[in-house]
Design a protein around this ligand. Structure first.
Ligand SMILES: Nc1nc2c(ncn2[C@@H]2O[C@H](COP(=O)(O)OP(=O)(O)O)[C@@H](O)[C@H]2O)c(=O)[nH]1
Ligand SMILES: [Mg+2]
Length: 348
């Protein structure tokens, strides 16, 4: 996925640093020549003074200052490379500003300038993608101690893969020995309920449902009650996902959050949405605000995305981790997010 981003970052950093540093070297070589000439003209000077002046000159040749001008050029190119790869403009601007602050005014060995910029960029990206992970088993065990099922809510725009993600996570939990129960909280479309039932059949887990158009919060409340009565460990609740600009939906989600007291609120978004994930993140984060906002992300359609920038954008917008990546359309195609693998993808 990150192949294109990786190539672009490489080009941005090495291309420009070569171009700029060649001009700069020429400029500085000229300076050195001038100063050497001056020193030679004042030949009568004390030996130590001459020596220290020459040392200073040597440093100018061997090291380069990461000046504002130099950084602006390299980082401007990097900014473009990030945005070209679906990193949201605000995310990319902050990455670049962070780099500038760390690097500005530093003297580095000429041969190492590129490597230093890459290392700082890598640290910046690691801090965005590497937010503390959530342990699902800790979460379920904690709820168990309180004699209640854990409640996991799924939020997200239509068609992002919410229902399939509900089923896939149930599949993972079931394989870990837990008993999941699904709640068909997407009551907006009849097809939404049927779809979830279809997926649930594949996993072999039951679904609590009402009819189409029913109150979604009531369905989820029922599911939690039923889970508690029948000894299920965890309720995974689907929700409707009309456009995130739909205010009624947001009110409905707020009600669900209030009534179901979730242990985990997951935003499902698709990698192919690109930088729009930032808007989705913001709206659903507000909808879940009463309970502390979104806790983590399932990023679907990773298998069909070519740029990967949505991962950075959504983590940066929420300051939360990606929990899983959807890597296909099958029930098994949900992978825990692996930070090291992602970093290798971007930086090789
Ligand atoms: N390629 C791919 N397709 C996915 C992935 N996740 C979901 N889909 C597909 O996206 C479509 C919508 O999924 P669905 O779960 O119904 O979305 P919902 O409307 O958010 O509930 C379906 O055709 C899924 O098979 C994924 O990780 N990769
Ligand atoms: Mg659905």
């Amino acid at each position: 996925v990150f192949g294109f981003l990786k190539k672009k970052i490489k080009e941005a950093i090495s291309g420009l640093s070569k171009k700029v540093s060649k001009e700069e070297i020429e400029k500085e070589e000229k300076k050195v020549e001038d100063e050497v000439e001056q020193i030679e003209r004042r030949a009568g000077r004390a030996e130590p003074e001459k020596k220290s002046a020459l040392q200073k000159l040597k440093r100018v040749v061997a090291e380069k200052e990461l000046s504002d001008e130099y950084l602006s050029e390299v980082l401007g190119e990097l900014d473009l490379a990030l945005m070209e790869n679906n990193v949201a403009a605000e995310t990319s601007a902050e990455i670049v500003a962070g780099l500038k602050k760390k690097l500005r005014g530093k003297y580095v060995k000429r041969a190492e300038a590129e490597k230093i910029i890459r290392d700082e960029l890598s640290a910046e990206i690691r801090s965005i993608l590497g937010k503390p992970q959530v342990s699902l088993s800790d979460l379920v065990e904690r709820a168990k101690k309180e004699n209640r099922p854990a409640v996991i809510l799924f939020f997200g725009f239509n068609g992002t893969g919410k229902s399939l993600s509900v089923a896939r996570l149930a599949n993972i939990l079931k394989k870990s020995g837990y008993k999941p129960l699904l709640a068909a909280g997407d009551t907006f479309r009849a097809a939404g309920i049927e779809q979830l039932e279809e997926y649930a059949k594949g996993v072999g887990v039951p679904v609590v449902k009402h009819r189409q158009g029913a109150d979604s919060a009531a369905v989820i409340f029922d599911a939690v009650k039923s889970a508690k009565a029948k000894g299920f460990d965890v309720v995974l609740a689907d929700t409707a996902g009309r456009a995130h600009t739909d205010r009624n939906l947001i009110e409905e989600l707020k009600k669900i959050v209030k009534v179901s007291r979730p242990d985990l609120k997951i935003l499902v978004c698709e990698a192919v949405a690109g930088s729009d994930v930032v808007n989705q993140a913001r709206v659903f984060n507000e909808a879940a605000g009463e309970a502390g906002g979104i806790d983590g992300v399932i990023l679907t359609k990773w298998d069909v995305d070519e740029k990967g920038g949505a991962a950075l954008s959504v983590c940066h917008a929420l300051q939360k981790p990606i929990l899983f990546l959807g890597v296909g359309q099958k029930l098994d195609d949900l992978e825990p997010f692996d930070l090291e693998k992602a970093m290798r993808g971007i930086f090789g």
